[in-house]
Design a binder for this molecule. Sequence first.
Ligand SMILES: [Zn+2]
Length: 80
Amino acid sequence: MEVGRCSRCGAFYTNGGYVCPKCTSKDNFELSQFKDFIEENGIEVNSLSQVASETGISEKNLNRFLNYNGLEGYKKLFNI
Ligand SMILES: [Zn+2]
């Protein structure tokens, strides 16, 4: 069984997701906020710190989201 460590709260978990079960809904919520923000603002967004200050999502979490499946294209926006 593979044990992961939640990047949000540091708890250990074995469900194989990106974060522990307790943080999953918050993570999904912020992820959809992030996607909505990029969809609405697109090319006008040029830095993660701008996204962070306008959405209230921490830069640490935004950086994590960029490594999620399906968000590869977003990396280009931020030149990562
Ligand atoms: Zn957690």
